[in-house]
Design a protein. Structure first.
Length: 149
């Protein structure tokens, strides 16, 4: 079995940031690395809340029609964002703006009724806001040149 590209990334040196993971068939995958791998992990309730807020906010924004998918990594160290026909600058702006939105969000978390969500009870807005604020400081000045692992 061939090794996939993401398993070739050296996770012993990877730091929080935004990385270009791959481009396949016109779809660009960004690695939104929020924590240091094998050291820190996102708690499920906060990660779930970030997922809901990011997905709803991003899909309702200017790049909404260019968002293919946003979701958590199985290792709980970040998220994947898949886009089409969006420049790196546009995506970096979207990520920065959306994490800022999450850091200051007040109100009901979208999509958290039993009918709308498969695990509607497991959310933590306070922790999501704190994580988003901390991560926002890391990526505040992230540039397209920094997208490489």
């Amino acid at each position: 079995m061939e090794t996939i590209a993401s398993f070739e990334v050296d996770h012993t040196v990877l730091q929080p940031g935004i990385y270009l993971s791959r481009v396949d068939h016109g779809v660009t995958t960004y690695d939104i690395r929020v924590t240091v791998p094998n050291r820190d992990f996102l708690p499920n309730p906060a990660m779930h809340t970030i997922e809901h807020l990011f997905a709803v906010h991003a899909r309702n924004g200017e790049l909404g029609d260019k968002i293919i998918y946003f979701g958590p990594m199985g290792c709980r160290t970040g998220f994947y964002l898949l886009t089409v026909n969006a420049s790196h600058e546009e995506v970096l702006g979207l990520i920065r703006e959306t994490f800022s939105f999450i850091a200051s969000y007040e109100g009901q978390i979208p999509g958290t009724s039993e009918k709308e969500c498969g695990n509607y009870r497991e959310h933590d807005l306070a922790s999501a806001k704190e994580i988003a604020s901390r991560y926002g400081a890391v990526i505040r000045n992230w540039t397209p040149e920094q997208l490489r692992y």
